[in-house]
Structure formats: C-alpha cells, structure tokens
Design a protein around this ligand. Structure first.
Ligand code: CA
Ligand code: CA
Length: 131
C-alpha cells in the first residue's frame, strides 16, 4: 500500500511540475532579448540602453548584487517626452513583469523602446530583458 501511495505522489508531482513551470513564464513563453549594464548619466542617474518591444508583456530581471528601486521608461523622441511605465523594487534575481504594455507601442517603428533607470549610489549592475 505504501508503495502505491508513493508512486501516486510521484505521479502527482510529475503532473504538477510542468504546469507550474509554464505558469512562471506568464502568458506564453519569455524570449530572452539582451543583458544591458547600467551606465552613469548626468553624474547621478543610472540608465540602460533601450530595448525594443512589439507589445504584450515585458519582463526585466535583476543582475545587481544590491537591492534598489528601478523605473521602467519608454523612450520617445524630443526633450522630456519619455513615458514612465512603473517603479519597482529590485534585488538580485528578481523578475519584474509589466503586463499589457501595448499602449506604449508607438512611433514610426511601431515599437516600444524600454530602458531602466536607477537613482542610487551603487556603481554596478545589469538588467536582463525578456519579451
Ligand atoms: Ca516610443
Ligand atoms: Ca511613448
């Protein structure tokens, strides 16, 4: 009897695991796009390069050995035309998902150009981008 219960447990685990790992990927699967380092701008602000998205959901993953606050922005040409998407707390390995970013898809390229900004004093850090 004990053997049957154990194999039932094993079967249940085998059935549950693929579902939960698919769940972690959100709607559909994530495509890794790139890893960008933060670069110092104007002496006080840390900014990544822009990463394009065609819409849907967007995810950033921390590759920073510290805990901080980050902002996701969307670039638009001209002075101070960029759009703030959201502000999140961010520590090593954290994944932050931004859902339904279609309203940020604009411009002649029909894409959203996202970049991440920090205002702290840590002289390091990278961000992984997923679309
Ligand atoms: Ca834009
Ligand atoms: Ca915009």
């Amino acid at each position: 009897m004990k053997k049957i219960i154990l194999s039932l447990v094993a079967l249940a685990c085998a059935l549950i695991l693929p579902i939960s790992s698919a769940d972690a990927a959100g709607n559909g699967s994530w495509d890794y796009v790139t890893t960008e380092p933060f670069e110092l701008k104007d002496g006080y602000l840390w900014v990544t390069k822009k990463v394009s998205s065609t819409g849907g959901d967007f995810m950033i993953k921390s590759n920073c050995n510290f805990y901080t606050e980050v902002q996701l922005w969307e670039y638009d040409p001209g002075s101070e035309n960029d759009d703030l998407v959201d502000t999140r707390s961010f520590g090593y390995g954290d994944e932050e998902i931004f859902r339904d970013i279609n309203s940020f898809v604009d411009g002649s390229n029909d894409k959203a150009e996202f970049f991440v900004v920090r205002y702290d004093d840590y002289n390091d850090g990278k961000v992984k981008f997923y679309d």
